[in-house]
Design a protein around this ligand. Structure first.
Ligand SMILES: Cc1cc2nc3c(=O)[nH]c(=O)nc-3n(C[C@H](O)[C@H](O)[C@H](O)COP(=O)(O)O)c2cc1C
Length: 373
């Protein structure tokens, strides 16, 4: 029997993805640090942030466009960098890049993306942002930064919240490795999910697209604990494009980044994948906005699951929002159609939320949209 794959909200995408993906892949995407409490608390903080409806404001025309580094985006949200997206489908990276091109929104290209950074910027029509992990061996721009520069990247996203890879019990239990290895458990898992396994068999298992051959290997679990402020200052000197620092939850760190001349700060808990007990990003954001003042570009990710959540991020102080897992689930649920469907859902939800708040423009969302209980 053919099952309904239509997506009317984020929960539909996740539910269908859970059914279709091998347990190992679902737990890699869905999993979080420790008990998963921090990931859930991040979502709960957003859920528990109340909005203030306003009435009779004549809101029949509404705009969702905004500006990022002097370029207009058609939507107020983008795609967060995620490693190995092609684990959901052999075409996932291409679909994400094309989505970015269609809506003129950023698509984050992870250091451990399953497609090369050169291919991704091409598919995305220049809308790709390259995400870099700093390590103690980063001395000078490094080969990946040089490649990003040569490929025409304008924006570098430096992820700083992974000094060590967080322990994520759900992926450890499933024996997830990158690149992944097949044992009897995985063979059984994949055999139970033929809708996923057959296309993956035809296309070959996903690899780390930025490595291999002359580009060497990458050890995902190696320590990056040597990264420090001097490195960041050097990176700022070496990279003349836009520099975004991702994974910031402290107002003090944010002020320091601002003084070092970074172009934007991404408030994020890595989707709860790093520190189980970390402050919910939605609680950290207002204090960081206060610390850096009104003009510093602040981006937000972690736990956004709906258009209402996206509007809440703006109300709490963000200038742009990113989502990770929801896009992967949409692809796992129904491929490119699922990705388009979820994007339309999010767009619709943002627009309807603006109407409910009596607002016509996403750029007019500020703390006045929050209710004071
Ligand atoms: C499967 C997966 C892989 C990820 N890989 C990376 C990565 O390689 N680099 C990075 O900076 N962030 C990575 N992230 C974190 C995302 O960029 C983002 O911070 C997070 O997914 C946002 O939370 P959300 O999934 O709740 O929307 C990853 C997240 C997931 C779910």
């Amino acid at each position: 029997m053919l099952r309904d794959r239509s997506i009317h909200c984020y929960d539909d995408a996740r539910r269908i993805a859970k059914r279709r993906l091998p347990w190992m892949v679902f737990d890699y995407i869905d999993g979080a640090a420790g008990s998963g409490h921090g990931e859930a608390a991040g979502r709960a903080a957003l859920r528990d942030t109340p909005l203030q409806p306003r009435i009779l404001n004549g809101v029949e025309h509404r705009s969702l466009t905004t500006t990022l580094f002097r370029k207009e985006t058609a939507l107020p949200f983008g795609i967060a960098p995620m490693g190995m997206c092609n684990l959901t489908s052999p075409h996932a990276d291409r679909w994400l890049a094309k989505l970015a091109a269609k809506h003129r929104i950023p698509v984050g290209v992870s250091t451990v993306a399953s497609t090369s950074l050169e291919q991704m910027i091409d598919w995305s029509g220049g809308h790709a942002w390259f995400q870099l992990y700093v390590s103690s061996s980063t001395d000078g721009p490094g080969p990946l930064v040089s490649r990003a520069q040569a490929a025409g990247y304008e924006t570098l996203v430096l992820t700083v919240d992974v000094p060590e890879v967080g322990r994520r019990p759900r992926e450890l239990r499933r024996g997830f490795k990158m690149p992944f290895r097949m044992g009897p458990r995985q063979v059984f898992d994949f055999a139970c999910h033929p809708g996923w396994s057959i296309p993956q068999l035809i296309h070959g298992k996903p690899e780390m697209g930025n490595f291999g051959g002359k580009h060497g290997a990458f050890d995902r679990t190696s320590s990056r604990a040597g990264a420090n402020w001097d490195m960041l200052a050097k990176m700022r000197d070496d990279w003349s494009g836009n520099l975004v620092v991702k994974g910031v939850l402290s107002p003090e760190d944010a002020r320091k980044l601002q003084s070092l001349g970074v172009d934007a700060i991404q408030v994020s808990s890595h989707g709860g994948r790093q520190l189980d007990g970390a402050i919910a990003p939605a609680y950290a954001l207002p204090a960081i906005r206060t610390a850096v003042g009104p003009d510093m570009p602040l981006f937000f990710d972690s736990g956004l699951r709906s258009g209402e959540d996206i509007v809440k991020a703006y109300a709490l102080g963000a200038d742009f929002a990113f989502l990770g897992r929801p896009f992967s689930y949409a692809i796992a649920a129904d491929g490119a159609r699922g990705l388009d469907a979820l994007t339309e859902v999010l767009r619709d939800e943002v627009s309807i939320t603006l109407a409910q708040l009596g607002l016509r423009d996403i750029n007019d969302v500020n703390e006045a949209a929050l209710a004071q209980p």
